[in-house]
Design a protein. Sequence first.
Length: 511
Amino acid sequence: MTTAMHWAFDNTYARELEGYYEPWQPAASPDPTLVALNDALAGELALDPSWLRSDDGLAVLVGNTVPDGAEPIAQAYSGHQFGYLSPMLGDGRAVLLGELIDGNGNRRDISFKGSGRTPFSRGGDGKAVLGPVLREYVVGEAMHALGIPTTRALAAVTTGETVLREQGMLPGAILTRVASSHLRVGTFEMANHHGSPEHVRKLADYAIARHYPELDAGDHAGFLSAVVTRQAELIAAWMSIGFIHGVMNSDNMTISGETIDYGPCAFMDAYDDQRVFSSIDTGGRYRYANQPPIAVWNLSLLAETLVPLIADNTVVDDGRRPAETSQDEDVRKQAIDDAIADATRRVEAFAPQCSDAYLRRFRAKLGLQGKDAADQQLVDELLSIMKLNQADFTGTFRRLAKVLGGEADAVRERITDVTTYDAWQAKWLDRLGEQDHATTAKQMDAVNPVYIPRNHLVEQALQAAVDGELGPFEQLLDAVTDPFTERPGLERYAEPAPDGFTDRYVTFCGT
Ligand code: AMP
Ligand code: MG
């Protein structure tokens, strides 16, 4: 017999940010079946996995029972989608159940994706289907295993309903998503468009307390810089593993610095800095190489909402009155101009921070100790060789360590233009100089994954799952959640897609 479980919810968002959500119940599901449960994450959350597997647990995971202490809400947010403002987006197919304090004392949002219509659904059905739910599950868990900040999947369940999508009737599903919060750049845009600087202040102060407690309360300029820094680190991390998010709309950029919303995302196989997979990204706005500038674009939207607060923190000459509320028009105007200049500088700090983080990560990928002024060029040269030879991004970096292990041809054998490559390899070995090869190879293997969720394998696994066969999904999950350890029997997970696959491969947003 199972007993009802106590979930230690403490719902600060619902309590402190009235007006930023609608109370909302998840829709009931007729015939739930558990498809995947993340035992390790359940453990972190102090939830008992065997209870979650029981009928009572499943009823919670599918939204049929709302656990004690939960206050389900649909969050409101705006966002710029492909550069254009959508004044009201919000959780159209998601519900935030509440906030749990995990075993390490961290506050984690527990939410459902695909739990039915909400006041923000507009024309949508509020549902999700199994394939994209499992895609978010496996890619998010791979990102986590790669050490990249991300929202995570606690569970995937089918609801027993079928849902109409372009491809036909598909199994409905719900993802239980865990996030350090769901605050987005778009949440700030909503406070700004539908509220006032005072609404933004309330939100910013909430975000500072929740995600940047090291800052002084009310340090809105510092807050902007802190978000910029986290995003610079995040985007550099994406670039270092060949990840393309695919839909970096401002509603899909978190304040916490976690990756969110695995819709049309993909890992590149053959390296091409212009790679884009998303069916709707016809202009290539969210292509691989454009991710840093797009992050800056999104961060300037956040900055815009914070300008009045930064101005308000500027103290006028008499040293007492905040400039923005000063009665003197000129003083106010000057304070705003100064705040714009300050915010601009803070957003512009993204580029050098992201480049530094990028170079730090690529130095590690090449095993380079110390810093040499020519390191960036060494990286660039390898990337351009990879691009010309359509070399596999993940495989090339992983194989470089084998060169140090004595397999001199490990990379060369997969390159067409070997002359240029040989010259590069000699230069790289020269740069490694006296470094011990065995130690360096080990360090490289700790940052260059052997297994990533390769597009062709993800597609196979999801199709099999939709056809009722979960084996391929479970094997893929097993490979990518221990990405740095090469294991016998998993060879096909390390190989690039069959010829021609990548050129035809297109990803879709729709969950
Ligand atoms: P996303 O592509 O996940 O970033 O979603 C963009 C917006 O569309 C969000 O406001 C979603 O809640 C909403 N949305 C996406 N799919 C659906 C759906 N099937 N039903 C209702 N709203 C949806
Ligand atoms: Mg989204």
